[in-house]
Design a protein around this ligand. Structure first.
Ligand code: UD1
Length: 420
């Protein structure tokens, strides 16, 4: 398996192109199953998770085609001939559950493997299932599968999510677009990826109000039609490169980055001593003087994203003073801590909080990570470390970051991928 080798100590300077958001692309690809016409998505990132979603949709019988040599443009659509999402694909990627709503809405039945636990926590799907049941789906769990039917179609319902789950919001909204009548979804998640999904569904003919708010009102229609949609820039990739610039020092322009999608990240980074400003179509990130410890709690958007917690912890590991990072979204998302500790970080975990006492220098080491954001946090730590850091098992990294080593190397980092 490939490795990434980083030799720390070089400030970053230059431009980095921010790709389309993985977490917007996955539900948008599933949305392509809502119509027998073509949904064309542009600015799709080239990632392992996109390949997994392509395989899943294709085995439902729906064509997913890239346009010529342009693998960033995908066109999806056609008849659904198979309603089973098998364990072998779902176990690779939890977002596979996003086909459940579209399958039920379009053909009234679905058999989707339960995603099960994953490294960062148990991650149940009860909110997806309860919402769909309220819309008339009959759901039975059997042999590790969700068996769902809606023999007389889905109908609109008043649904209140007890927690603003991103995936449950997406599944329910997609299902509601083709349901009979009105669905009101309260306490909906407000992540920019959901705004992107809603915008695309509207361009496919869906009737949805409340985009960007926690109350979505969807009037079901009988059919959705062809559309073309450009995927929104990845705010997590943006925040990751902002952390990279902060930890390495220097100044970088993040092309396509959008300040309004960063939520609490801008203010927290400001308190830590990192300036992020919008300059036309780019964000300019600059480390001012020293880095300072800041307390952070992860929260649903616009709060500080759980998907940036590991990267920010790498930053706090070399900041002046102490910081407390509290993880409120996933119960087991500190697997990067022992690896950062091996690089010389001073971190103690107490329940869902980590106390980070900044050290003046990290040292390079052999490390490995068991999830996507943890992997990239180790690369970031490597940028600040003395000597060489080797990040093993970059399989996780490739699920969600496209060419991270090339983007950093182009800004002056001493980093390379070593084929294994
Ligand atoms: C999405 C993102 C992921 C991000 C997360 C939180 C995608 C493909 N993935 O994941 O990168 O970290 O949002 O911002 O967009 N929960 C339940 N029952 C449910 C659903 C969720 O208890 O039915 C819990 C989860 O266990 C977790 C919390 O709610 O503790 C948040 O999960 P959710 O917002 O659903 O995250 P995902 O959609 O899985």
């Amino acid at each position: 398996m490939d490795k990434i080798c980083v030799r720390g100590g070089r400030p970053l300077s230059g431009d980095i192109v921010i790709g389309g958001a993985k977490n917007a692309s996955l539900p948008l690809m599933a949305a392509g199953m809502l119509t027998d016409e073509r949904l064309t998505l542009t600015n799709v990132p080239v990632l392992a998770d996109i390949a997994t979603m392509t395989a899943l949709i294709a085995q439902h019988g729906v064509a997913v085609e890239s346009q010529g040599n342009d693998s960033r443009t995908l066109s999806i659509g056609g008849a659904i001939t198979n309603t089973e999402a098998p364990y072998d694909i779902v176990r690779k990627m939890r977002a596979s559950i996003l086909v459940l709503g579209p399958l039920l809405a379009r053909v009234g039945e679905a058999r989707v493997s339960l995603p099960g636990g994953c490294a960062i926590g148990t991650r149940p799907i009860d909110l997806h299932l309860k919402g769909l049941e309220q819309m008339g789906a009959v759901i039975r769990l059997d042999a590790g599968y969700v068996n769902a039917t809606a023999p007389s179609g889905l109908r609109g319902a008043a649904i209140v999510l007890p927690f603003a789950s991103v995936g449950a919001t997406e599944n329910i909204v997609m299902a509601a677009t083709l349901a009979d009548g009105q669905t009101v979804l309260a306490n909906a998640a407000r992540e920019p990826e959901i705004g992107d999904l809603v915008a695309c569904l509207i361009s496919m003919g869906a009737r949805i109000e409340g985009a960007g708010t926690d109350r979505l009102v969807i009037e079901g229609v009988t059919k959705l039609h062809a559309a073309t949609h450009e995927i929104v820039a990845d705010r997590i990739e943006t925040a990751t490169f902002a952390c990279a610039t902060a930890i390495a020092g220097g100044s970088v322009r993040l092309l396509g980055g959008r300040l309004e999608h960063l939520g609490a990240v801008v203010d927290i980074m400001g308190q830590a001593g990192v300036e992020i400003t919008q300059d036309g179509n780019a964000l300019v990130v600059r480390r001012l003087n020293g880095l300072h410890g800041v307390d952070v709690m992860t929260a649903p958007y616009p709060g500080f994203p759980t998907d940036v917690q590991a990267q920010f912890m790498a930053l706090m590991a070399v900041a002046e003073g102490a910081s407390m990072l509290t993880e409120n979204i996933f119960e087991n998302r500190f697997m990067h801590v022992p690896e950062l500790t091996r690089m010389g970080a001073n971190i103690n975990v107490h329940g869902s909080s980590a106390i980070v006492r900044g050290v003046s220098r990290l040292s390079g080491a052999q490390v490995m990570a068991t999830d996507l954001r943890a992997s990239v946090s180790l690369i970031l730590a490597g940028l600040a470390a003395h000597g060489e850091t080797t990040v093993n098992r970059v399989y996780h990294l490739d699920r969600g970051y496209e060419a991270v080593e090339r983007k950093l190397a182009a800004c002056g980092a001493d980093i390379e991928r070593v084929a294994g």
